[in-house]
Every structure is written in C-alpha cells, then in structure tokens.
Design a protein around this ligand. Structure first.
Ligand code: DWN
Length: 412
C-alpha cells in the first residue's frame, strides 16, 4: 500500500457494503506519532477518525486504514511499562501452562510481541518461545533481553518461514493486535499454517460492549481498525475452521475479551452463546444504539472542558499522567492543549521530551512533578489509575487531586 491511507468500501469480516458511519471524532493526528517541537507546524498530518457499523455482521470499524508501515515499523509503546499489564501477562501464562504441559519442545508464539512482556512469562513457565514483532526498535529490545523475536508483520510468508525453522506451535497468542489488522483473513490463514492440530490460538481484544457501556470513545484511534463483538468474530473464525472454545472477560485496557480457539472442531463451545445473548440484550445489533452513542461522547467533551476552564480561572495548575494513545484521542477531540494542561508525565523513556500529537503538550518524566507541582492530574491512562496513583502518592501524599475523564468526568 503506497499511499498513507485507504478508504474502506466493504466490511473486513463479511464483505458487506452496508456500512453506516455513526461516530466522527474529526481530523486527528496519529496517536503515537509524537512530535519533536511544540511549534504549530503545518507538517503534522491528520486523518479522518470515523467509525462505521456493518448492518450485516455488526462489526464496528474505522472508515480508513492507515498504512501499517507508518504506524508500526517504529513503535513508541512499550507493554512492560505497566506492572498491571505485566501481572496480567503472568496470569495468562500461569493459566495456559496449566492447560498445556510446557517444555522446551512446546512452542509458544506471540504475535505483535512488543518488548517481550508476555513471552518472558511464558519462558519462565518452561515454554520454548518466539516473538513476531514488526517494530524494529521493540524486536531489538526483546532480543537484547533474551526473548527471541522475528522482526516482521504476521503474514502467510512469515508463518511458513517459522514453520520451517521452528516447527508447529502449540500456543499462538495475539494480545492487542487483532483489532489493529486490516486483512484478518490472511492473519487467520497464517494461524492455520503454524498452529498444530491440538493447538490453542488465543487473542485479547478490547470489547465493544465495554466501550459503549463505559463510554470509552478515547480507545478509538487509527491503530484500532476494528471494535469487536463476539458475533462477527464467531463468523470470521468459522470461515477459517477455527472454533471458539472459551471466552473470558478481563478489566485490562478498559475491558477486554480473551478468546480461546482451536482447529479441533470436536471441542465444544462453552460460553459463546452467553456473550451473543449479552450483545443482543445490550441492543448491540441495532443501529439505533450506535446513533445514540455520539451524545455520550459530546457530554464528556463539554464536562471536561468546563472543569479545565474553571480550574484555569482559579489559577489551578493542571498536568496529566500517561501519554497514552487513548489520551491523544481525548485531548484532540476536546481541543485541549497546553493552555489547559501544562504537561503530560510518562514513564516511557522513548516518549519523554517529545510533544503529544495535535495538542503539542510536552511529555516529561516524573521528576517534573517535584519542580512543577500540579494541583490536579488528568489521568489520560485512566485504565491504570490505581497504579499511577500509587506512583504519584509517594511524591505527593494526598496533595494532588486526580481528574478521571472516562466514563464520565470526575475528580478524586
Ligand atoms: O492497543 C494498544 C494498547 C494496548 O496500548 C496499543 N495500540 C497502544 C496502547 O494504547 P495506550 O497508549 O492508550 O495504552 P496504555 O497502556 O493505556 O498507555 C498507558 C500510558 O501510560 C503509556 O504511555 C505508559 C504510561 N504509564 C506511565 O507512564 N506510568 C503507565 C503506567 C501504568 C505508569 O505507571
């Protein structure tokens, strides 16, 4: 794909052209394309950020696909920065090692393995591990830590190369990547090449039910092409003779589904029907539900801007914590810049001393808190509020107040 983005004409799962746009967050810069200057140059590219609903299979999906080479070849997000996510990975490795007997003969492959956060836990359990990561900087980081990683996007070619060098995989995981992929058919064809006949294919994806019920519109950005329900996923898996055998809900990243699947069609589905009933009950197969969502989004924008402007009028100092991708959607949709939020703290070294896309708010490290004590911290990484509060309370005790923007604006 030569150009920077392409428009979606048909649903990526069922091929229908019956796509209805229900949310428009405006022309928005790429959430992880950090800037080297706060100067408002005209060089920053913005793209439409619109979500469409497929009336045939109920998949929500962006109206465009930005070239993945632009998004993922050099990636600033390091999974291991969060202890909460590290603990989540440890739980997953523990659970999966109980289902399968790990040994050096049992290959566990993680797709979009980032800095090796999950594979490190699998390796500790005794699995033979291999990461597949398209970002050169992350693949180098993982390899430097002894987590063998192939620097590549997940493709049929890559699956065949791995099969030839390492043999079949008993476990293939894909956490926070399935929503990022345009060609899901190639993705699953490649899974079927590498996964052994008794193997487990496990994805983790943000759940659209949580996005709607908890108003998590800030998790909409150009990296997230699809916003899943079980109904369209079941349809997609069946096309590839993969059977969903269990689904688990986790609070991570605002609410995610962990979906276990196998080639072995003899295995019984367990709770797929429970999720289909839940989605029906939440009217998530009805376009009217989607048309109403816009109003909840506009409310958050109004409440957040009113609070920040009131605090500015009272000469209160407001900073933010967590230069997250979701935070950039929130800042840019609300039109918030350094006039209302003075800085963003982030513990990711690769993000520090850059400027957030669009808002151009400076990203700094926690030492900034000691010299420029804020009265309020806007938690742009609200999904890690507990962990971030623990970090900052060591510096502030109870002097700083936290603004939690999602699901509704509140001060704690
Ligand atoms: O799908 C994706 C999710 C899983 O991660 C990726 N496409 C991109 C990314 O989205 P995000 O940036 O919104 O994710 P997080 O994990 O909510 O971002 C948290 C941010 O907060 C990171 O920049 C790290 C930072 N952080 C920190 O500085 N100190 C987080 C914690 C917990 C901390 O203690």
């Amino acid at each position: 794909m030569e150009q920077t983005y392409k428009k979606i004409e048909k649903c990526r799962i069922c091929g229908a052209k019956n796509l209805i746009k229900y949310l428009d967050l405006g022309e928005t810069p790429l959430a992880n394309s950090l800037l080297d200057t706060s100067e408002k140059t005209d060089g920053e590219i913005k793209y439409p950020l619109e979500v469409m609903y497929c009336k045939d299979c109920s998949l929500s999906q962006l109206s465009i696909v930005v070239n993945p080479e632009i998004l993922f070849s050099d990636y600033v997000y390091h999974s291991s920065i969060s202890k909460t996510f590290q603990d989540h990975c440890a739980e997953m490795a523990e659970k999966i090692s109980r289902i399968t007997n790990p040994s050096k003969e049992v290959l566990a492959v993680d797709i979009a393995s980032n800095d090796g956060c999950l594979l490190k836990k699998f390796k500790n359990k005794g699995f033979r591990t291999l990461g597949v990561e398209p970002a050169k900087n992350l693949a180098e980081d993982a390899n430097s830590k002894g987590i063998e990683t192939v620097c590549s996007f997940w493709t049929i070619k890559t699956a065949n190369e791995i099969l030839g060098r390492y043999g079949e995989a008993r476990i293939i995981t894909a956490t926070n990547v399935f929503a990022h992929v345009d060609d899901l058919n190639e993705f699953l064809k490649a899974i079927n090449i590498l996964l052994n006949k008794d193997g487990l294919f496990i994805i983790e994806v943000p759940y659209l039910s949580d996005l709607f019920t908890k108003n998590e519109f800030d998790t909409i950005y150009h990296e997230h092409l699809s916003y899943f329900l079980v109904k369209p996923l079941k349809k997609l898996y069946e096309k590839h003779n993969l059977k969903i055998i269990n689904i688990e809900k986790y609070p991570i990243h605002g609410g995610s589904l962990r979906i276990y699947a196998s080639k072995n069609t003899l295995k019984d589905e367990t709770n797929v029907q429970d999720f289909l009933r839940l989605e029906e009950k939440e009217t998530l197969y009805d376009i009217k539900t989607y048309e109403k969502f816009n109003k909840k989004v506009i409310n958050v924008k109004g409440e957040l801007l009113k609070l920040l402007k009131d605090l500015k009028n009272k000469d209160k100092k407001v900073g933010a914590y967590g230069a997250s991708a979701k935070g950039n959607t929130l800042l840019n949709y609300c039109g918030i810049d350094s006039e209302l939020v003075s800085f963003i703290i982030d513990d990711t070294r690769a993000k520090q001393h850059h400027f957030a896309p669009g808002s151009r708010i400076e990203i700094v490290d926690t030492s900034w808190l000691e010299k420029d004590k804020p009265d309020y911290l806007l938690l742009l990484a609200w999904n890690f509020a507990k962990e971030i509060k623990e970090r900052t309370s060591k510096i502030y005790k109870s002097e700083v107040k936290y603004i939690i923007p999602i699901p509704n604006v509140k001060v704690e």
